[in-house]
Design a protein around this ligand. Structure first.
Ligand code: FAD
Ligand code: SF4
Length: 470
């Protein structure tokens, strides 16, 4: 009877999965949400109205068939749901966990009109996790091998998205990564409290079973040269991310105790996963007064990692107001609950200290007119300087592309901000100025999201298939 109730959303409110106890969250590197059970999925997924022209699908960057797999999941039909979700997404279990749903699929759900959006992300995660637990694997029995091989540089979401589509179309992908595990920033960036590392380790087994070959601990340009890849393979895909750290450009950034966000997060992952080469590489915030500068996802991850490492206090200073923060709203809530203090409208102008960091000098800002991207500019209030005491400062101002020096030897063109030029709108989607080379993800669009990197990788694979004429 419940399955025919189109007004379920009137009887059943939106419910997010329960979070683990705060005490545990603050000390352990484990995912903070408990998984949904099938009954909760039945209830929550069935709230979907099945809109004729679903806004959630349009807003989801990979255009998942959301109402369709919500319906299958609400009926307990997990194996059909997982097949459908993999038609558009390479890593649904990851997106379900880390997408900022409040500004993507769930943000455009019709039920936001006073009823509370359907919990799309958590159902997506449930479908894949449950299917894996049931032993589901992608069915490759109908794939016809083409004999073509493509080298993929980077095992992040862009490279994996590309490999997934290629292998399902009979092209063998060989994925090179300098790190010892696949995932890119999913493994060496995003902390375990958002995405446990077993998720990617499991995915690696699935990918290998599909016929994707990984050559890890292999840096292209150092351990293997790009020329040999161009010679050996039918095409090459670049999904190398963006790794040039943005700086504040104010005095004191070189003081001891000032650390770049990603160096801190990677050291923490290496420590937790046993990849640490030298114990001295670990950067501990235990017992320290930590100030985190920035307001994006990376800043939130630094805040919450510092808490778990046992920081004495964690203060996050951001130069705009809370409404204009780029980080996921959900993660700001989580950070606050875990004990992070936010100081909005504070712009750092200097890191002060004698030989080592002792504080951050900030000025107060107020929100001015919108800039060219529509975000309101922070304006400094004269005479508002104050010093935030600190033993450690984590700088999370974002990333710029890090083009390899060998790009120019192969005619791979860059744009004005060093991104690789590989447009979608052309005969072969995401082809670079070297016809045999394609590119996607953060290195093409600038630092963005997991789901947009997956989308570009998958679409670049379509460009490669057209180029190879298979
Ligand atoms: P990457 O994930 O960076 O992968 C690039 C890979 O290329 C790396 O594994 C690297 O080792 C490899 N590589 C580079 N050069 C070479 C070479 N020469 N040889 C071999 N391998 C090479 N997005 C979200 O959607 N939600 C979040 O919650 C979120 N949190 C984030 C938190 C942090 C701390 C950071 C830094 C980013 C976060 N993001 C988040 C953004 C998201 O992780 C990225 O947008 C996404 O991973 C980009 O994918 P990519 O494949 O383009 O690059
Ligand atoms: Fe939402 Fe991201 Fe899943 Fe798309 S991939 S449905 S945006 S959680």
């Amino acid at each position: 009877q419940r399955l025919n109730n189109h007004f379920q959303f009137l009887d059943v409110g939106r419910k997010d999965p329960a979070k683990k106890p705060l005490k545990l969250r603050k000390s352990q590197f484990v995912e903070i949400y408990k998984p949904f059970n099938q009954e909760e999925v039945n209830q929550q997924a069935h709230r979907c109205l099945g809109c004729g022209n679903p806004y959630c699908e349009w807003k989801c960057p990979v255009h998942n068939f959301i109402p369709n797999w919500l319906k299958l999941a609400s009926e307990g039909n997990i194996l059909e749901a997982v097949e459908l979700s993999h038609q558009t997404n390479t890593l649904p279990e990851v997106c379900g966990r880390v997408c900022p749903q409040d500004r993507l699929c769930e943000g455009s759900c019709t039920l936001n009109d006073g009823f509370g959006a359907v919990t799309i992300g958590n159902v997506e995660k449930y479908i894949t996790d449950t299917a894996f637990a049931m032993g589901w694997k992608p069915d490759m029995s109908k794939v016809v091998p083409t004999g073509k091989r493509v080298a993929i540089i980077g095992a992040g979401p862009a490279g994996l998205g590309c490999a997934d589509v290629l292998v399902r179309n009979g092209v063998t992908p060989v994925v090179f990564d300098k790190y010892p595990e696949i995932g890119g920033l999913l493994t060496f960036g995003i902390p375990e409290f958002k995405l446990e590392k077993s998720v990617m380790a499991n995915r690696r087994k699935i990918f290998e079973g599909m016929g994707i070959e990984f050559r890890l601990n292999t840096e292209v340009g150092k351990d293997v040269d790009f020329h040999s890849l161009i010679e050996e393979f039918d095409a090459v895909f670049l999904g190398m991310g963006t790794y040039t750290y943005m700086k504040g450009g104010f005095p004191g950034e070189d003081l001891s105790g000032v650390v770049d966000a990603l160096d801190f997060l990677i050291a923490n992952v290496n420590h937790n996963l046993g990849f640490e080469k030298d114990p001295a590489d670990f950067i501990s915030m235990a017992g320290k007064k930590v100030v985190v500068l920035g307001g994006g996802d990376t800043a939130m991850d630094c805040n919450r990692t510092s808490i778990r490492q046992g920081a004495d206090s964690v203060t996050c200073a951001y130069r705009r107001d809370e409404a204009n923060m780029p980080g996921s709203k959900r993660e700001v809530v989580n950070a606050r609950q875990e004990g992070v203090e936010f100081l909005f409208n504070r712009q750092p102008v200097e890191i002060v200290g004698n030989g080592k960091v002792e504080g951050v000098k900030v000025v107060t800002t107020q929100m001015g007119e919108p800039d060219e991207n529509g975000r309101r500019r922070p304006e400094v209030i004269p005479g508002s300087e104050e010093i935030l005491p600190a033993d450690a400062v984590l700088v999370a101002f974002g990333f710029r592309p890090s083009p390899a020096p060998w790009f120019k030897d192969f005619g791979i063109e860059l744009n004005s901000w060093d991104g690789v030029v590989a447009p979608e709108e052309q005969e072969f989607k995401f082809q670079t100025s070297n016809p045999k080379v394609f590119a996607g993800g953060d290195m093409v669009r600038g630092s963005d999201l997991v789901v947009t990197a997956i989308w570009e990788g998958r679409n670049a694979a379509e460009g490669i298939l057209d180029y190879l004429d298979v």
